[in-house]
Structure formats: C-alpha cells, structure tokens
Design a protein. Sequence first.
Length: 552
Amino acid sequence: MSGIIKDNQGRSSGLVKTGATTYDDDKLQSNIALLGFKTAANGSLAKYSLQDQIIDEYEDATGIDASASTNEILASGSYGSSATSTNYFGDDSDGTVTTSGDVTHTVLSKNGSYDGDMLVKDYTNLTISSGDTMTVDQPCRGMLIFVSGNCVINGTLSMKSKGALGNPASSGGSDSNSVQSAGIQIGFVTGSGSSSFTNADTNFNGCGTTARTAIANFGNTVSNGDTVTVVRTGGSGAASVSYGNNGTDGGVIANGTGGGGSGAAFYSTATSGAGTAGTCFAGGSGGGGASKGTGSGGTSMGGAGGSGGSSHNAWTGGGAGNPGAANQVHGGWTGGTPNTAEGLGGLLILIVQGNLTVGASGVITAQGGRGGGVPLPDSSGAAGGGCGGGGRLIYAYGGTLSNSGSITAAGGVSTSGEAGAAGPGGSGGAGVVTGLAVTPAAVYNDLTLQSTDTTAMTEPDYADMVMLMENAAGTATINTDIKGYISKDSGVTFTEGTLVDEGTWGTNKKIYAFHDLDISAQSGTAMCYKVTTHNQSVSKQTKLHAASIGWK
C-alpha cells in the first residue's frame, strides 16, 4: 500500500511509503520539472501548465507579471537584472570570437537585395585577425556591435559599400517604423558629459526590432552624458556638370553621411548625371558620366547609381549605388578595363566596454564605393561615374583606445581621369566619424521576477520550486544572493523557501530547488512564484533561465 504520509496534524511529509520502506520523491519532482523545461525549450513554448504544476522556460515574457516585477531584462532566454543610468555593452550572447577567416553575417528581415534590419552582435571579447574581414552579406540598415570586454581589430570591420536602400521617413525595418525626425540617437554616460537623454527604443525606429530592443537596455543620462546623433538626411548630392568638366564631389553635413558625387562630362554637348543626398542608412548615390551625351542622375534614398550616356566612340562610367550602374561603351572605344561601380557607405556602431585596439593593419570602415572608372593611363576618352557617399561611423570605448590603423567613413574616390582627355567622376562626400570615451562602470540593480497567476484546482498546503540559474559573473550565494518564494494569494503574501543545490546543467549553471514548503498559513488558490537576486554588481551577475512550481 502506498500513499502520502501525513503527520499528526495532517501535513504531508513528501515521503511515499510502500510496506516497511519510505521513498523520498524530491528528486522525482525535480526531474519532472527538468523534463518540463526541456519540452518547453524544444517546442519553443511559453509558460504552460501540468496538473498542479507550471513550467516556464522563458521563451518569452508570457509567464511574467511585469507590473509586479522590477529591473527584469529578458535576453537570449534568460532573465537578468537591468543596469540603469549607465551604458550598455551587450548581453555576451555571441561569446568570445577570434576570427580565423572572413566572417560574413547574415542580415535579418531582408527586403530585397539592398535592404534589411540593422545587424546586432553581442560579443564578450572580439579579435578580428590580420587579413580577415567582418561584414554583412548585403546592404542593410547598419551594423551594431557590442563588446563587453576588449576588442582588437587587426583585420577589417566593414560597412564599406553596405549602406541600405531605404527611405527613413517611411515605415521600414521589421519594426515597421519611420526614423524619428531627430534621426537615430544614443545617449552615453561619459566622464565629462553634461547632457540628459532618454534612451528609449524609439530612438532606433526603422532599424529593426533587435536593434530597438538592444538600445532600450541603455540607462538614461541625467546631466552626465553625451548624445550621439545620425541625422536622417545626409550631405547633399553633387550637381551635374557640362562637357569639359570633371565630376564634382558630394556634400557633407554634421553628424551625417556624405552625398553622392556627380559623373564627369567629356566632349561636346555632354551633361553628366547628378549625385543624391545621403540618408541615415547610406551615403548618397553617384551620377552617371557622359561623353557627347547625357548621363542619368543617381536614385534618391540610397537607390541605384546613374547610368552613363554617350553618342560617339567613348566609354562612360556608372554611378555608385544600390545597385551600382553598369558602365556603358559606345562605338569602337578601346581603352583600359573599367572597374565596376560599387555601393554606398553604411552605418557602423561599435560599443566596447574595455580596451579598443586598432593595429597597424587594422581598419574600421564605413567608406563609400567607387563609381565606374578606367585606371590611368588608359582612360583617354572616358567619363567616370560619380562615387558613393561615405557612411556614418560611431565607436565608443570604456577602456583605452589605441589606434595605429584606420577608422574612416570617407566617400568613394574615382580611379579614372586624365586632364584634357577624360574626366574622373566626383568623389562621394565624407561621412562623419565620432569616437567617444564612455564610462564603463555599470550600476546593477537587484532583480524581482514574479510570475503571473495560475489557479489551483483545490487550495494547496505545500509547494515546490525548481529553478535553473546561471552565475554569469561571480558566484551567487544560495539563499543570500538568490531567493525563491511561493504565494497562493496572487502575491499578497509570500513564503520563502530554503533553496538547496541539486546539481549543475552547464558551465556556471546550477539547479536550485526547495520541496514541501508549508504555505498553509496563506489562503487562496492563485498560485505564483517570486525570485529575487541581491548584491548584484559588475562582478556578480545572476541570471534565471527557467522556473517551475508545483503544489499539493
């Protein structure tokens, strides 16, 4: 005969008796919870219920009562505490990376071949080795790189020719928002800053949901920061030129990308194509070259480069853009091999908590691409296309900056041109580079994570809790730095359980639990739990990956 043993007051002991032996079911209860966590993870399930038990793997925030919780940040399937009034350096979800070859990240939420969400990566430490390039697989709305440790660039971190085709004043990105009229903005806490700024996710409208979520993790500056802006409209495009003139360079603007260059005009009656203005996502497109003909202008909002035009034996270059325009050969012109028109400078943001080192061979670039051109000395009779505007580059570092390489957002530069015989297309306007020393120290808040209610079928007297936690930094002291509570009256009254260590589930990851917690002094059937962390700091960061409670 078996059953739950009760004491002389009718309370369950959690032991099952069979004949003359007893069985402790605590491990069985924990194993059921662990199987529930695995089922939730494999099925990407939100909070769900078993009989007299709930499982929450934190696939999303469905099972958490946000109004009763404080300082909770859900990132990569775990809850940790927020860090307020300070800078954010990512969640380390991409780990420590040292490249051993080129790294090409896949852009998410692609919209055709020239648009997609801002790419976001969260490294613990990042080293780009000499000869290696880290970039994206197509033009997009930017690249936002967080490094919570140190960053070493001996190769190339690049948004060169990767600026997106997109109108920032129209809805775009996976968040389906337009960029605010003030542009894209971040407020950093700095040692000498005095400005105040609210780092809301709306400051990255139009960049995609991942970028907006990341920016929302920044604390606000309160008379202790500097605000960095990427203006919505970049430098102006260069005007077209008539025959006998080289292309003109794109315009520049404070805190923005550069404008596209115009094409060159060679031979009688030629008129080249004009460049276009940049956007916060890309430098401006270049105009097409012309030789006794008319080149077309670049397409606005990071669109296609202008085509070349000719009506006699001549070669004319296409302007840089999305895509770069094809070069045009008319008649029997025979000269050098022209380069193909390239893309537009993009938006690149690098935020490093530790030291940022750019070695002698290191390059951080958001440069614009070239227009179509013929290298000297074979360019006689050719008219080059306008080059793409430079992008916008922002880098912030909390440690030491050591730069013996190149950090640039220059406009593209034409390779063609021979005075009196041909014309080079205009260079793209230079984009702006902003480097900022920021405050690395964070103010870490303690976490209160309370679940939503689940109604018990009958009023219980005892409860169990199993949680999966991680020591992301340092080591939390059980029942001091992390605590667990159960309520059956919707959180009006909580009873704390004494957590015990029931093993590990990964590196720095522990299974904590308590069983048969007496909650009979409470009254009700609205079951919920609460987990709190304490003494959080840069050297002690506690994360919660899953929780389960059961009752009887």
